[in-house]
Design a protein around this ligand. Structure first.
Ligand code: NAD
Length: 470
């Protein structure tokens, strides 16, 4: 279905990184291949009583760690090759951000806009049932999550179906992440991928030497950003980048794009699109004819956050951004990545930059298997300790803090604060790690290659320690 073979693209990046590493051919092959793929077809009854056959997949790329993890996409173009490619990306992504899972991905070939809510529910529940039948889902086996075209509602149907079949399984709510809070979700998961994109870009932009190469000052402040895709990843990335001081000068959706060199208000544009069903004709913006036109706008940071293969050899030379932040999976083909590298454009790869989703999914899974909300046990204790310390300082200094200030200072962390700070730490550390690998190679490789080196090394250790590859 997809004109560009995504799995081949991912493997090309893998091979490039592997050429720097000392591992045997056999070990590299074992890391690279997809361990299992389940292709299924099942019937669904439409609201008008007719029966339609649905085609779907689940790919488990690497069983070096269990469970495996990866989103489910609902898209009319998804195919087996795509899910294998995205599953492979998940393996590398989990390794880069030290999430102890193998990679997986699911796909259901439907255009969700053509189905009613009850039809979507029947499709989701049947897909889940098919996964259960073949042991392709379970808290310790394979844990799906949202991806393109799915969200908390589908995850709620999945956990409900799984729990109905596995009635006495204590950890059944950990069979899927990205659920609503009432169904065992974690606060901060919905925003996590976009927030991770923000943390990743902010960390990269804090490097004064790197920014100097582009004639820019360190920090996000005032940097002009264009975001493609105003869905889960794109909307949140744009919102947090704006809140972090960046100027969002262009936003794109599939029906077209808008720009304003003085900045667009992300929430106002989002509301305009919800109200009018189109991003176009936003009163404080100028229309652009296509989503692709926005990619070519004059800006400092371009965030493709919609779909794969958006930047190809065809349009790469028209792109003016100095930094590309891959919010989507596979938005840049390997040929286009090479052009960016030759032109000195900094490409921050998907394998790192959109890993915020799986990081917080990991936190959700931990919450579900431990059956306790983050912060519940320690919050009050921390607040009492902080109060005692402050009271002691007040006694020593003879000065009293006013009560409003005191409340601010003693505040113990709740679930959302802990999740967000865990995500911030993860993204900052992972960026430092991959940028470090790049520096160790005298900056003679791009960040994508550095990120694959990081991932391959971590997966290789797992196999080597099993003693399979002496
Ligand atoms: P989503 O369905 O919430 O949003 C995608 C948005 O892109 C939609 O608003 C859609 O209308 C828009 N779009 C489609 N074609 C477009 C085009 N040609 N130009 C501009 N906009 C277009 O999906 P999402 O969850 O935000 O996922 C987006 C990308 O991020 C995918 O590549 C996905 O694999 C990746 N990703 C998602 C997550 C997650 O947690 N949701 C995590 C990691 C990676």
């Amino acid at each position: 279905m997809n004109p560009i073979n995504l799995f081949e693209q991912v493997n090309r990046n893998f091979d490039k990184a592997a050429s720097y590493l000392p591992y045997s051919k056999g070990l590299l092959q074992q890391i690279k291949i997809c361990n299992s793929v389940y292709h299924m077809t099942f019937p669904v009854k439409r609201d008008d009583g007719s029966i339609e056959t649905i085609e779907a997949w689940r790919a488990e790329h690497s069983h070096h760690k269990l469970p495996v993890k990866g989103g489910i996409r609902y898209s009319p173009t998804v195919d087996e090759n795509d899910v294998m490619a995205f599953a492979a990306l998940m393996t590398y992504k989990c390794a880069i951000v030290d999430v102890p899972f193998g990679g997986a991905k699911g796909g259901v070939r439907i255009d969700r806009n053509k189905y009613s809510r009850s039809e979507l529910e029947r499709i989701t529940r049947r897909y889940t049932y098919e996964l259960i039948r073949k042991d392709f889902i379970g808290p310790g086996i394979d844990v799906p999550a949202p991806d393109y075209g799915t969200g908390p509602q589908e995850m709620a149907w999945i956990v409900d179906t799984y729990s109905m079949v596995n009635k006495n399984q204590l950890d059944s709510i950990a069979c899927v992440t990205g659920k609503p809070i009432s169904q065992g979700g974690v606060r901060g998961r919905v925003e996590a991928t976009g927030r991770g994109v923000f943390f990743g870009l902010r960390t990269a932009c804090e490097d004064a030497d790197d920014m100097k190469k582009f004639g820019m000052r360190a920090g996000l402040d005032g940097k002009r950003v264009v975001v493609q895709g105003l869905g889960n990843v794109g909307y949140h990335a744009a919102k947090f980048l704006q809140e972090g001081g960046a100027l969002v000068v262009g936003l794109a959706e599939y029906e077209g794009a808008i720009q304003n060199p003085k900045g667009l208000d992300v929430d106002a544009v989002f509301k305009h699109r919800t109200d009018t069903k189109s991003i176009l004709n936003y009163p404080k913006g100028t229309n652009l004819p296509t989503s692709y036109a926005a990619l070519e706008l004059d800006c400092d940071i371009l965030v493709p956050a919609a779909l794969e293969n958006q930047i190809t050899e065809q349009n790469v030379n028209h792109i003016k951004a100095k930094i590309i932040g891959e919010g989507a999976n596979g938005p840049t083909t390997s040929g286009a990545s090479e052009s960016f590298w030759k032109r000195g454009v900094m490409l921050i790869p998907d394998t790192f930059l959109n890993a915020g989703g799986v990081t917080v999914s990991y936190f959700e899974w931990l919450k579900d298997i431990s059956h306790v909300r983050f912060g519940r046990v320690g919050k009050r204790f921390d607040e009492a300790s902080h109060t005692r310390i402050l009271r002691a300082v007040e006694e020593m200094t003879g000065k009293r803090l006013d009560e409003a200030k005191l409340k601010d200072v003693i505040l113990g962390a709740d679930e959302e604060a802990l999740v967000n700070s865990g995500l911030e730490e993860t993204m900052a550390k992972a960026y430092t790690d991959i940028r470090g690998i790049q520096r160790d190679h005298n900056d003679q490789m791009d960040l994508r290659t550095a990120s694959f080196i990081d991932a391959i090394q971590k997966v290789a250790v797992a196999y080597e320690e099993l003693g399979i590859f002496p």
